[in-house]
Design a protein around this ligand. Structure first.
Ligand code: SF4
Ligand code: SF4
Length: 343
């Protein structure tokens, strides 16, 4: 059974405790699971879209960086370009955001080339994909420490280690392949032509005349428009039969990203918002801070985050996206069964 280490920390403001606990997690995995760190171990992060205020700030990664340094291990922040327009769609733009968001202590590597064109094909032969496009510089590493922000996600339901692996390790083409068939639908009976969705769309894919319409040739399926509609007029294909398709695609990409690797997953369950750090604006916190989780199993850690969150809140916080766990377990990415070890 997979082990998931958990340190309850009730406030994101407790930076010192967060740093110390993240180091404790790493030590525990090394000791209890006989885990050997390589001489170079990059930290997979999400830099947060420009304007986002709830991403996990790199001040919380200082402890891990210092710990690795003391052990003589080189490290760097590593990330991939996003699919949609915005401030993180090329290396040049991405590095500007990295600096603005404080990711300056160690080098920042954008792993899939200037415009997301650089990837390695990883063969998996699963139901949706035979091969997956994993960002080349990431694919070259046998070991990464995957630092995830556990929170909601408009399309995936929730985002944690599997999302960080599946979407976060994919090159742009890989992200597009996962989003295929994810174009939202507009309910014209509910649409009031207010244009909120068009203003939110990073691809200018929504035209509003008497009603809103989506240009399928421009839409990249990012789902940003859905949360913006005040009249609930936008739904997505995944709400119907295609829902499972996106979750499966995400899980298969996560499988490719973890295939033949020995990653460590550390998830920061703070600033829990309904949507993800790709949203370039401040968002409302919807649940109390939980703390830090760590594991070598991406399925177990996500399941533990969801379980502890629901227990802490006394309700099911993220209702969608749980099928990702089922499917991820089915294809061999990890295990939903876990032992929670509180420290
Ligand atoms: S999903 Fe919505 S916001 Fe995203 S590109 Fe398509 S129309 Fe635009
Ligand atoms: S935000 Fe909703 S109501 Fe407003 S134009 Fe878009 S679909 Fe219509």
């Amino acid at each position: 059974m997979a082990k998931v280490y958990f340190k309850a920390i009730d406030s994101y403001l407790k930076t010192e405790e967060i740093n110390a606990s993240a180091v404790d997690m790493l030590r525990l995995i090394e000791e209890k699971e006989n885990y050997k760190l390589n001489k170079y171990v990059p930290l997979k992060v999400h830099l947060g879209e420009k304007g986002n205020t709830t991403f996990i700030h790199p001040r919380n990664f200082e402890g891990i960086i210092e710990y690795l340094k003391q052990k003589g291990i080189d490290t760097a922040f590593i990330e991939t370009n996003v699919l949609y327009k915005g401030q993180r769609n090329t290396v040049t733009n991405h590095l500007k955001v990295a600096e603005e968001h404080g990711f300056t202590r160690i080098p920042v590597i954008i792993a899939d080339g200037e415009a997301g064109e650089d990837y390695e094909l990883v063969e998996i032969n699963k139901k949706n994909f035979d091969k997956c496009k994993i960002a080349r510089t990431i694919a070259a590493e046998e070991q990464l420490i995957v630092l995830s922000h556990f929170k909601g996600h408009a399309l995936a339901g929730y985002g944690g280690a599997i999302k960080q692996l599946g979407m976060g390790f994919a090159s742009k083409g890989g992200k597009l392949a996962q989003h295929a068939n994810s174009i939202p639908k507009i309910n014209s009976l509910k649409c009031k032509a207010c244009k909120a969705c068009a203003m939110k769309c990073p691809e200018n894919a929504i035209i509003v005349d008497k009603k809103a319409k989506i240009d399928k040739n421009k839409c990249v399926g990012c789902a940003s428009c859905m949360a913006s509609c005040p009249h609930n007029a936008i739904t997505n294909s995944w709400l119907a039969s295609l829902s499972r398709s996106f979750n499966e695609r995400l899980a298969e990409y996560a499988y490719a990203a973890a295939k033949d690797k020995r990653h460590i997953y550390i998830s920061f369950a703070f600033n829990i918002t309904k949507n993800c750090d790709c949203e370039g604006h401040p968002m409302k916190i919807i649940a109390k801070d939980l703390g830090i989780f760590a594991s070598t199993d991406p399925v177990a850690i996500d399941k533990a985050c969801l379980d502890v969150l629901d227990k802490n809140e006394g309700r099911t916080v993220f209702k969608r996206g749980r099928y990702t766990l089922e499917y991820a377990e089915k294809i061999g990415l990890g295990s939903k069964s876990y032992e929670l070890i509180e420290i």
